[in-house]
Structures are given as structure tokens and as C-alpha cells.
Design a protein around this ligand. Sequence first.
Ligand SMILES: [Zn+2]
Length: 266
Amino acid sequence: MDSSEVIFIVLLALVGLVVGSAVNVAIVRVPEGASMITSRSKCLSCETELAIRDSIPVLSWFMLRGKCRTCAARISPRFPIVEFITALIWAMLAAYALEHETLGLLPLLLIASAILIALFVIDLDHKRLPDRLTFLMYPVVLIGFVIDGLSTGNWPIGSALIGAAVWLLPIGGMWFLSAGRGMGMGDVKLAPALGLILGWISVGSAVAGLILAWLIGGVVAIGLIIFRRASSGSAIPFGPFLVIGFWLGVLIGAALSEGYLGAVIN
Ligand SMILES: [Zn+2]
């Protein structure tokens, strides 16, 4: 990796921090049905508008020691964590795109990941995936495909559609069979968007990503039941696992599925 590539990754991580702030705004405002752009961010306790110096990603939280400057109410560490995770994922996707020479798909992966981080946290908080964010994925996917298609000359539309089906059918089936209890309608709406992107990379990526989502979801559910954090009847939101499966599908899905096929053929 040469120095220009390192600079590229660091720059995207810094932009990721700022985008992480916007993700935090979405996490607070979208479930309330509030506008994303009309007003400045406020303290959730005293509603004082935040000054610029108190709006610097990650740093402001540490400088304020996790307390509002006006009312001293505790500010959740989740805010800097979301900003940091967004930066980390942006840096990882940038490094991956450089190594695999797939820069054409990078804009889509970055924007989709920002939306998915918001959906991840909202699903944990509210046990739902708001349509406003889920349906935003589809135009983002479409524009991302056009950017990648024009830059590479490849248009793997058939593969993308297979990926969408690979994700939609099992998750839609689970929703149908469990009458909406095991799997929410929000998961069913989100799944094809993730399958489209993974399928555009490769059908193997889509299959591997979905299997990993299911495996990790199963392990965590069993863990929660063993440690009595959840009963076997309580609902564990599945959206976060879809999101984790998507990222793993992007980063290691193709390698996993090729390794598996290689082992089967040999
Ligand atoms: Zn305050």
C-alpha cells in the first residue's frame, strides 16, 4: 500500500466521522418522523442548540466528558461510538476497494453502510426498520449500480437479481411462516436491497452474507437465552444481523464461497 492509498483511506475515515454525525441525527429524528435538515442538533435533555465546537465528531464528546455544556445531562457514549464505527467501516471499505480494484462500487457501499448503521441502531432501540430509511436504499442502489457500471463497463444485473432473490425468499418465507413474529416486515423490505448489492459483487457473496447473518443471529439469540437476557419467546430484532451479514458478505463473502466451492470440487 503506497502513501497515496493511505491518504485516501485516512481521508475517507475523516469524512466517515462527519457522516457518522449525520447518522446520529437520523437515529434520533427518523423514528420521531422529524425532519433531517431543518434545525441544528439540540441537547436531548435541555433542548439547547449545540454550538459548532460541541458538534465535532467524537472529540466534542470527550472534551465535554459526556455531559451537556448547558444542563450537564449525560450524553450517551453511543453518539461517539456511532461516529467512530462509521469512520471505521468507511476506512475498511476504502481499503477493500483499493486492494480489489473495485473503486466504482465504493460510493454505493459507503452510502449504503451509513444508512445501514442508522437502521442497525434504530432496530435495536425501537424494534423496527423505518420505511424512510429502508426505501432510501433502493434509489441509492440504483444510482450506485449506474456509477459502477459506467466506470467498469460491467453490468451484472442478472447476478444482482439472483442475489436479491437469495435474500428475499428465506427472509420473506420466515416472515410468512412465523406470521410476522420471527421476522418483521421491515426485514423483508430491506433484504432485497442488500441481496442486490451483494449479488452485483457475486452470487457467492450474497449466499455467504445471508448464511453468516443467520449463523451470527442464531449464536447471539442462543447466547441471550442462556444468559437469561431474553426468553425463547421474546423478539430479538433481526435487522442488525442482516446488516452485519451484508458487511461480511461484501468483505469476505466472495473469498469464502470460492474457498468452499474449491474444497467441494477438489
Ligand atoms: Zn442540555
